[in-house]
Design a protein around this ligand. Structure first.
Ligand SMILES: [Zn+2]
Length: 350
């Protein structure tokens, strides 16, 4: 089994290497565990803290005024980071991060839990997927110091927080007017990431490394194993999706030996390497009424629902062009040609 080990303080190790201390001595320094320095704050071992990313009071600084939750364990261990609200309208993840953090007792914690539960804080308040300058923050990572607010926020997160993380769980939902079956998305070609994905314990993992500039992809490129939990719809809190996310975070923490959980059960995961969208056929626009549901296993040629043209009363069947499991879908709504209706995932050997 591959395990993620926490990194000893790099400066300390470099200092020790520079003065020629043996590897055994380095290992012993790892046992020295104390407070965490983060964003100009000191969080003592065995305590937790909630504060703003930057305390400055200015118009510009308000964009970086996201909440930061830190639990510094009483005992050494890895640093797990939770990210949510990168898309501000995706609320399930915001609540997963808050509840998971609230359930952690720093006195019993091995390692550190850092949660950024509302990265696009303005978007969370106003129900906006994007930043107020209409940029998608989840295409701006790792960011840069010159550029738009998206680039500045991304750079600050990457430099000041992600540099501490040994593993990352990014929490999302489907986008506007769609719903996702609770699932983990992960780059299955990386054994450490695959291991994290399986140990979330959800039972379904979909492969893919994510788009350029997304937090997960860029974190993985920077050497931090990262996965996404995708569950449900935007704009609302959904209890089942939140509860499964909280459980998954605790499963990961138990897997990393950060907390004890005697009752942990990891089901066999359905691992899908491929996924694709079934779209409205050209000319078949109208009102969409699905009959298939999230989690259905469908076969090539199955009817997934219908689209009714309200002017001609023509009825168009939505036929599955492939076999697979429905991991995402549009809710009933008016649709135009090319609109993405069902996201199907399948295993390479299916
Ligand atoms: Zn998202």
């Amino acid at each position: 089994m591959i395990r993620i080990h926490y990194r000893p303080n790099l400066a300390l190790v470099l200092l020790i290497v520079a003065i020629g201390v043996t590897p055994a001595a380095i290992a012993s320094t790892v046992d020295q565990w104390g407070s965490l320095q983060l964003l100009g704050r000191e969080i003592a071992a065995g305590t937790s803290s909630k504060f703003s990313f930057i305390p400055d009071r200015s118009y510009e600084a308000s964009y970086l005024n996201m909440p930061v939750f830190v639990a510094r364990g009483a005992a050494p261990g890895p640093v797990l980071c939770l990210a949510a609200g990168v898309h501000g309208d995706e609320l399930n993840g915001v609540e997963v991060a808050r509840r998971a953090f609230a359930q952690i007792d720093p006195q019993k914690l091995h390692g550190t839990l850092i949660a950024l539960p509302a990265i696009n804080a303005e978007g969370v308040r106003t129900g906006n997927r994007y930043l107020s300058d209409r940029r998608d923050l989840n295409r701006a990572f790792p960011g840069r110091t010159g550029g738009s607010v998206a680039a500045l926020i991304a750079h600050a997160i990457f430099t000041d927080v992600l540099s501490h993380c040994d593993a990352l769980v990014d929490l999302h939902t489907a986008s506007n007017r769609r719903a996702n079956l609770p699932q983990i998305r992960a780059d299955l070609s990386d054994p450490e990431i695959r291991e994290l994905a399986i140990h979330f314990g959800l039972g379904i993992v979909v492969g893919g490394s994510g788009p350029d500039g997304s937090l997960r992809r860029e974190a993985a490129k920077a050497g931090i194993p990262a996965i996404i939990y995708e569950a449900g719809e935007p704009f609302r809190f959904q209890e089942d999706e939140i509860a499964r996310g909280v459980l998954g975070v605790k499963n990961i923490m138990a897997h990393l030996d950060m907390i004890e959980r005697a009752d942990r059960e990891i089901p066999d995961a359905r691992v899908y390497e491929r996924s694709r969208w079934v779209r409205t056929a050209v000319g078949n626009s109208g009102f969409f009424f699905p009959t298939a549901k999230l989690g259905d296993i469908v076969r090539t040629g199955d009817s997934l629902g219908k689209i009714v043209d309200p002017l001609t009363d023509a009825v168009f069947d939505v036929i599955s062009p492939i076999s697979g499991e429905i991991i995402g879908m549009a809710v009933p709504q008016p649709v135009l040609s090319g609109y993405a209706l069902f996201n199907l995932a399948w295993h390479d050997s299916d």
